[in-house]
Design a protein around this ligand. Structure first.
Ligand code: GLA
Length: 530
């Protein structure tokens, strides 16, 4: 009995102590800002009054179905009003979903107003009807690093629900993307994923966890979100499921008919095909080596086919950077291309991977994005083991650095953790609209790395309004003081400095800004050009 009382007293004392002094450590910077090394939430809670987020430009192809949910934070019920909508498009004033058919080629300037009982927000949006898609980096979710070969229709629907309920859609996340393992496999430990790969007409057969693909995309679209799918140009995908080799046209048409808006096109099992001298379609290797044309061929083929569908389908090349894909990804119809192998295997080298990806910054522009792979925070499954999702080992400061680097690099922002386990901290890292605005800036420039040593580096991104977004990164094991000289940004005199994670003006600084940057972390600021 006595033992029990003692036990409960100790438990109670620990709980009270935890409330009084939460286990967080801080260091003070010279300007008085606080930098946390624990799971401290930096992103201010959204206000009850509306705040419209999302890109300022949106590309779509004339005559195709159009779908755009106005990302907006604030207490519901919000009423949406859009001025300047071209014929063919309407807005649902309660949901803020703009839909219809994309108008004739041209630029259409809209003025969006969102109103609730607490206030009002306005924002411009230009719809650019033409050839280009993804004028800003695609944002969304992909199942891979959470669910691997366990993915089901139910999980994808749940992800769509949570994209809305968590507030992710309110800051611009839109794509709900299925990765590998939705088809049948010739052999798999789960018999429900084994079956004929195609029917008598050669159509792909989804496995039994995906009973009705059209119903699934309808569900996703009904929320204003978009749906993505995956295949490989080889006979089998990386996971050993049905690939699209010799069925490219038929599969692309099928994806369009089902209602998909995004295709990730891998490489797996295509290597052998590229060496196959019997297929007259395929450029021959030289001395056993795949040529540049050989690397390009499957993507050119699929890129052409996708362009001819009556849907806007964003094309994501996933061939890990072979043949310097950043130089030609756009010319074969891609909107983004992976620049390296799977980040899942390299998550501990995240700074290094980002610095490598930054070397290709000159190829980043509206509609053409370098893709260093997904945002893996929150609950993710260990990729070597394709494990069940567990809370990431990544230190909180490094998660802020991760999201900051991806934003500064104008990388696609695709979250790949378990949506059903999204916690407040993870949402705070994923959903800071001022950080995302840097990513979605219409100029489409990727940050330049300036001043780099073994531990510290600076990333600078020019923004369309003439200001600069700057990430001050510290890869070292100790907090470090970093100085940003305005002359390095081609700026002189005094400038307003805003802390983007805290959404707080830090004041006007003369000639330089000095910050204490936490170990493995970042200070991300915007330097106004005034
Ligand atoms: C490759 C890709 C991953 C994922 C898997 C699926 O490894 O790079 O992103 O799509 O295939 O098997």
């Amino acid at each position: 009995m006595m033992n029990k009382i003692l036990y409960y007293t100790i438990v109670l004392a620990i709980a009270i102590l935890g409330q009084i002094c939460p286990i967080q450590s801080f260091s003070q910077n010279t300007e008085g800002g606080l930098f946390a090394s624990e799971r401290l939430i930096l992103t201010p809670k959204p206000k009850p009054s509306p705040r419209i987020n999302g890109p300022l430009v949106y590309g779509a192809r004339p005559g195709n179905p159009f779908l755009y949910p106005i990302p907006c934070q604030g207490e519901r019920q919000i009423r949406f009003l859009v001025k300047g909508l071209p014929p063919g498009l309407t807005v649902d004033e309660n949901t803020g979903i703009i839909s219809g058919v994309t108008p004739a080629k041209g630029k259409y300037s809209l003025l969006i107003t969102a109103t609730n009982s607490k206030g009002k927000s306005t924002r411009e949006l230009t719809i650019v009807s033409g050839d280009k898609l993804a004028l800003t980096p695609p944002m969304g979710w992909n199942h891979w690093y959470a669910h691997y070969d366990r993915i089901t229709d139910q999980m994808v629907r749940e992800a769509a629900d949570i994209m809305i309920s968590s507030g992710m859609a309110d800051v611009g996340y839109q794509y709900v993307n299925i990765d590998d393992c939705w088809m049948n496999s010739p052999k798999h430990n789960d018999p429900k994923r084994v079956g004929p790969l195609r029917d008598d007409q050669g159509n792909l057969i989804p496995n039994s966890y995906f009973p009705d693909m059209s119903a699934l995309t309808d569900y996703i679209h009904s929320k204003g979100l978009k749906a993505g799918i995956y295949t490989s140009p080889g006979p089998l995908t990386c996971g050993g499921f049905a690939g699209s080799y010799q069925h490219e046209e038929q599969d692309a048409r099928q994806f369009a008919d089902w209602g998909f808006d995004f295709l990730k096109y891998d490489w797996c099992s295509y290597g052998k095909i590229a060496q196959n001298l019997d297929d007259p379609r395929i450029p021959e290797p030289i001395n056993g080596k795949i040529t540049l044309e050989g690397y390009q061929y499957p993507y050119k083929l699929m890129g052409e086919i996708l362009k001819n569908q009556n849907r806007d389908i964003v094309f994501n090349l996933c061939q890990y950077g072979m043949g310097e894909v950043w130089k030609w990804g756009a010319s074969v119809g891609g909107q983004s291309w992976r620049t390296s192998g799977d980040l899942g295997f390299e998550l501990d080298r995240i700074f290094e991977v980002a610095l490598k990806n930054s070397e290709y910054r000159q190829y980043s522009k509206p509609g053409e994005w370098n893709d260093p792979d997904y945002i893996q925070i929150g609950y993710i499954g260990h990729s070597h083991k394709q494990g069940i999702p567990e809370l990431t080992w990544m230190p909180p400061n490094m998660q802020y650095a991760y999201m900051s680097m991806w934003s500064l690099m104008a990388a696609p922002l695709i979250y790949s953790g378990d949506m059903s386990k999204l916690d407040e901290f993870t949402i705070n890292v994923l959903c800071n609209p001022e950080v995302i605005e840097v990513n979605q800036d219409p100029l489409g420039e990727a940050a330049m790395v300036i001043k780099q040593n073994e531990e510290l580096f600076l990333m600078v991104k020019n923004l369309a309004d003439g200001s600069k977004a700057v990430g001050m990164f510290n890869r070292g094991n100790n907090d470090a003081e970093m100085t940003l000289n305005f002359s390095e940004l081609q700026l002189t005199g005094k400038h307003l400095v805003r802390d983007l994670w805290r959404q707080k003006d830090l004041g006007r600084y003369n000639r330089k800004f000095v910050a204490q940057v936490p170990s493995k972390g970042v200070v991300m600021v915007k330097i106004e050009n005034k």
